[in-house]
Design a protein around this ligand. Structure first.
Ligand SMILES: [Zn+2]
Length: 415
């Protein structure tokens, strides 16, 4: 009798076990997984269930997955974060990056480069943010976060970015507090006056809201002191963008006239100041990037500054921008780190840019093409490289949103 009870108990316990076959929605098998936050760099399987990362393990049984994706020979990474883009697109032809034709539609450019999160940096100001949210953010599959421009209109161009009386810290903070899920900081860009008022308004907003600020150091003649900005105005965690730009007449570069990285740049980085690549259409020069890397000055975060003025030039897209850092000699793991986990830390979103179990399943799968490649900076110089990252598959919140070669599709069979 006892034996029989034990037998039935065992059977009851086994039944749910049988039912949990096909436990996972997707299993990505055999890829080389790079997850810098969790210090994973090796061949691992990854399973997704209910839009979340469910398991990362040496082997996950194929029988447990509804859809199996073979990633042998490919690299599986967290969904890429592009921490500097402009996605407030619109057809107001005279409004530049703010609800204008120079911004781009996020979903049209993100997934095809492995990107699942974009940070729009200051296209909208406190006055124009609500419309930005309504027209560009709410309907987007790409996760869009934003820095609020300290100029009320945002990047509308011309006088709109020079009018200091419209740089009102309190108003920017109100918007940040109203939309904490989207707003991750504040931005000042393109200001060309030779005084510190706009930086001070920006810093005031950052302090009031306890959020980081980003500065695109405009273009004053003579230039404002970069050392003053980095060592005295900025707090640890504040962000200097266009790290490898070269505009000798209007803004200070991180290198001196002999190509030597200025000592205060290292000091600033040690203080916790963040440096963002922000490649753009005019802000990435090999003549700055090459000596910087050789001397050990690495921008913390790789980003594109994607807009219509950069995407058809040397920048192209995030995968190409990341490939440039392979050409500069950075190991792949480091390139992924600066495009995922370091970006998540910079914007204070530690739930992003990693593959920890329980996080939203944003995943990128890359191949590396080997060949003889030329990488253009902003249209003047070319650096040769032998590797190019190609986004093969992108998953956003558990959904396949990009599949270059049908990795996740069924083989076509005749009727
Ligand atoms: Zn920009």
């Amino acid at each position: 009798m006892k034996v029989r009870i034990l037998f039935f108990t065992a059977l009851i316990l086994l039944i749910p076990g049988i039912c949990i076959s096909q436990n996972y929605d997707i299993i990505i098998k055999g890829g080389h997984l790079i997850d810098p936050k969790n210090k994973i760099d090796g061949v691992m399987d990854l399973a997704i269930k209910d839009k979340k990362i469910a398991l990362v393990a040496k082997t996950i049984d194929e029988k447990e997955g509804k859809r199996i994706i073979n990633a042998k020979g490919l690299y599986v990474t967290p969904g890429i974060i592009d921490a500097h883009v402009h996605v407030y697109f619109g057809n107001n032809m005279d409004q530049g990056l703010m609800d204008g034709p120079n911004s781009i539609q996020a979903d049209a450019f993100s997934f095809r480069a492995g990107v699942t999160t974009m940070v729009d940096v200051g296209s909208a100001g406190y006055r124009t943010f609500p419309k930005f949210k309504e027209t560009s953010i709410d309907g987007s599959q790409t996760r869009i976060l934003a820095l609020i421009n300290i100029a009320g209109e945002g990047m509308r161009g011309g006088p709109f970015e020079q009018t200091t009386k419209d740089m009102i810290s309190r108003r920017a903070v109100e918007v940040a507090k109203k939309y904490p899920d989207i707003v991750v900081g504040f931005k000042l860009a393109h200001y060309s006056g030779h005084e510190w008022g706009p930086v001070d308004s920006l810093m005031a907003a950052g302090k009031m809201a306890s959020l980081p600020v980003m500065v695109d150091f405009g273009g004053a003649t003579p230039p404002l002191s970069l050392e003053e900005l980095l060592l005295r105005k900025f707090r640890p965690g504040d962000i200097f963008t266009h790290a490898y730009a070269y505009f000798p007449d209007t803004r200070e570069s991180v290198i001196d006239e002999n190509g030597k990285v200025k000592p205060y740049i290292f000091e600033a980085q040690k203080r916790g100041i963040k440096f963002d690549v922000g490649h753009g259409g005019g802000s990435f020069r090999w003549k700055v990037a090459v000596p910087s890397i050789q001397q050990g000055f690495y921008a913390d975060v790789i980003s594109t500054d994607l807009h219509t003025g950069s995407m058809n030039g040397g920048m192209k897209d995030m995968a190409n921008t990341m490939s440039k850092f392979l050409a500069l000699g950075l190991p792949l793991q480091d390139v992924i780190n600066r495009s995922t986990w370091q970006a998540a830390l910079m914007i204070n979103r530690p739930e992003l840019g990693n593959l920890s179990v329980g996080t939203e399943a944003d995943v990128a799968v890359f191949s590396i093409s080997k060949g003889d490649y030329g990488f253009i900076d902003i249209g003047t110089d070319k650096l040769k490289g032998t590797q190019k990252l190609v986004a093969e598959l992108t998953i956003r919140a558990g959904k396949i949103v990009w599949d270059l070669n049908g990795m996740a599709a069924n083989e076509f069979k005749k009727f």
